[in-house]
Design a protein around this ligand. Structure first.
Ligand SMILES: [Zn+2]
Length: 257
């Protein structure tokens, strides 16, 4: 089965190379794709084409997605798993794209059995075993403010990696129990420090939204790891080291100017 899968993937890569004009367009809009070695760049392009063949895009409420848009989403989604492999995105196929930030209804039952209901407006969402939902407006923003800005694709796909073990807790699957303990120790320490800065009203490099939950801290810091790795390394050196060993990439040198 695995062999068949690899064979299918090899066939996709052979038959559908990424068009050079689409790659150049994505590169121009997404400066963090710069600095990859020739081999890494080729692998990223191949992965993006397999990703496009295996995932299903559903534009809703009038969104129109061109080839360039799909390629741009695929390249951003594949960068974090360049060394981990596309299997990390197994178990789901859908990518839903809304024209702008979308409203969702939430409800939660508290410890007294009281149901709380409210509406959230979101730029993106990732469901365990389900689709990734993205807002087109937020995608466009990712292209224009890539230097330090928010990146909804990197964010939601980081949630997908986090969810691989069934829990949305800022702890992706790790090879050993020791690695898991070390991860939690660093994440909690850095998050506690970040929360103190946010509470003190200090200007923070990471979006204060990251203080909400371990899972959001992981997702927001992962955006920074790929988009503004030198700033992340300067402010959160231990977190940077943790992510470098998890993602098996070192983006800081490749984006140093
Ligand atoms: Zn999030």
């Amino acid at each position: 089965m695995r062999w068949l899968r690899n064979w299918r993937r090899r066939r996709i890569v052979a038959r559908h190379p990424l068009e050079e004009r689409l790659w150049r367009r994505a590169r121009a809009r997404l400066p963090f794709l710069a600095g990859l070695s020739a081999g890494d760049e080729r692998r990223l392009k191949e992965m993006a084409m397999v990703f496009l063949a295996e995932k299903q895009f559903t534009p809703v409420r009038g969104t129109v997605l061109g080839d360039g848009d799909r390629v741009s989403i695929a390249l951003q989604a594949c960068l974090p798993v360049l060394e981990l492999g596309l299997d990390w995105y197994d178990g789901w196929v859908g990518i839903v794209v809304h024209p702008s930030d979308f409203k969702v209804s939430r409800s939660e039952t508290d410890e007294h059995g009281v149901v709380h209901e409210w509406n959230d407006t979101l730029a993106g969402e990732a469901w365990p075993g389900g689709p990734v939902v993205l807002s087109w407006d937020a995608l466009d923003e990712a292209g224009s403010v890539a230097l330090g800005g928010a990146n909804v694709v990197l964010h939601e796909f980081a949630h997908k990696l986090d969810m691989m073990d069934g829990e949305v807790d800022g702890v992706p699957p790790l090879p050993t129990p020791q690695a898991r303990r070390a991860w939690i120790a660093v994440l909690e320490r850095e998050l506690a420090r970040f929360r103190r800065e946010v509470d003190a009203g200090r200007e923070t490099f990471l979006d204060p939204y990251a203080a909400e939950h371990e899972a959001e801290f992981f997702a927001v810091a992962s955006e920074a790891f790929f988009e503004s790795p030198n700033a992340l390394q300067a402010d959160f050196p231990q977190l940077y080291d943790l992510f470098r060993s998890f993602y098996r990439q070192d983006p800081a040198p490749r984006l140093r100017t």
